[in-house]
Design a protein around this ligand. Structure first.
Ligand SMILES: Cc1ncc(COP(=O)(O)O)c(C=O)c1O
Length: 369
């Protein structure tokens, strides 16, 4: 059996008629930049997340950048985050001139270890930026408490967690603002780049709206130096029709992840522990194994595609070497990056395919025992 790591074509095939009609409709209105569909999507996504505002943007990276700027982050400030993320989390901090300050992960959840945050706080700390990695919400209660104690703002990186819940509420409304990515492979993916900032704060939303479009207050009158971070009209049309299916797709992802968990019970492999989350959304299903590259090669021989998220922690990436961190500074993150494999997981995958991928992994690990 062949189980690709990911298959975006299967989802397109299932939506083709509706997608073409939506694109035709947006095209006929010549709504190429923002426009009606984007406005409607903003309202629908805000309602979905249970927040007051959604500001549609052209990527999750832009959303993080605007969230940080709107929080007043500037050169000389520090932003606490995790080194176990996609580099964009740190890049957005760097765009503002602030310094990313990393805190190791809890090895059970792969998310920032809240018990280590206080030790990283200084008088320059402006924001704490947890990432809901692989669709599993970070431990928001203690993070919000620490932030309040130190007068810091919380911004969520929810780029991998559309629809996940923590203590009953969907992610996106826990901090001052949150960033979502609609990169095509995300749980809610556009057909190109896309992102959004969510917030319950009217002033933050207004600032993000101005900054996404050159700091414009009225046509060709600019109050600040902004950016071109607008969402295209076609992406708004696609995201609207896909948002209606997000819950169904997330249920499907959870079912598939459950198959992996069942099939891998007792095997020589570590899994991301999600027992504290109300509802994770299984953006990725990761396993941690010794000799990762050899295991991946064997999975490939059996027809199972895999990914690695991420092979090198951010503090060891070239552009961040100047921060002065060293190998060994964040041992749990470094160990995770050495051992992690992302198994195939997407809503159109069959139960049989998930079982085959899991059994293949189990067999490979068994051969080594
Ligand atoms: C955790 C995380 N943060 C930020 C981003 C950046 O989002 P985008 O690729 O839409 O700019 C991503 C997307 O890959 C991500 O996974």
């Amino acid at each position: 059996m062949n189980v690709p790591y990911f298959d975006l074509k299967a989802q397109y095939a299932s939506l083709r008629e509706e997608v073409l009609a939506a694109l035709d409709c947006a095209g006929s209105k010549a709504a190429f930049i923002q426009g009606e569909d984007v406005d409607a999507f903003e309202q629908e996504f805000a309602a979905y997340c249970g927040v007051k505002h959604c500001v549609a943007l052209n990527s999750g990276t832009s959303a993080l950048h605007l969230a940080l700027l709107a929080a007043g982050v500037k050169s000389g400030d520090e932003v606490i985050t995790t080194p176990n993320s996609f580099i964009a989390t740190a890049e957005a901090i760097s765009y503002t001139g602030a310094r990313p300050v990393f805190v190791d992960i809890d090895p059970r959840t792969a998310n920032i270890d809240h018990s280590k945050i206080t030790a990283a706080v200084t008088k320059r700390t402006r924001v704490i930026l947890p990432v809901h990695l692989y669709g599993l919400p970070a431990e928001m209660d203690p993070i919000l408490k620490i932030a309040a104690q130190h007068g810091a703002t919380v911004i969520e990186d929810a780029c991998q967690a559309h629809g996940a819940r923590y203590h009953g509420a969907r992610v996106g409304g826990f901090g001052q603002s949150a960033a979502f990515s609609f990169y095509p492979s995300k749980n809610l993916g556009a057909y190109g780049e896309g992102g959004a900032l969510t917030t319950n704060d009217d002033a933050i939303a207004a600032q993000a709206r101005a900054l996404r479009s050159h700091g414009e207050s009225q046509r060709y009158f600019h109050d600040s130096i902004g950016f071109n971070y607008r969402m295209s009209g076609f992406q708004g049309a696609i995201l609207r029709l896909k948002l209606r299916r997000l819950d169904k797709w997330n249920v499907r992802r959870r079912e598939l992840a459950e198959i992996y968990r069942r099939q891998l019970a007792g095997a020589c492999v570590d899994l991301q522990d999600s027992s504290a989350a109300d509802e994770r959304v299984d953006h990725l299903f990761v396993v941690y194994v010794a000799d990762r590259d050899a295991v991946r090669a064997k999975l490939k021989e059996r027809g199972v595609g895999t990914g690695v998220h991420y092979p090198l922690p951010i503090h060891l990436q070239k552009p961040y070497q100047s921060l002065g961190y060293r190998q060994g500074d964040f041992p749990h993150t470094e160990r995770a990056c050495e051992r992690v494999i992302s198994m195939p997981l997407y809503p159109e995958m069959t139960h049989e395919e998930a079982a085959y991928a899991a059994q293949s992994l189990r067999a490979i690990l068994g051969e080594r025992e």
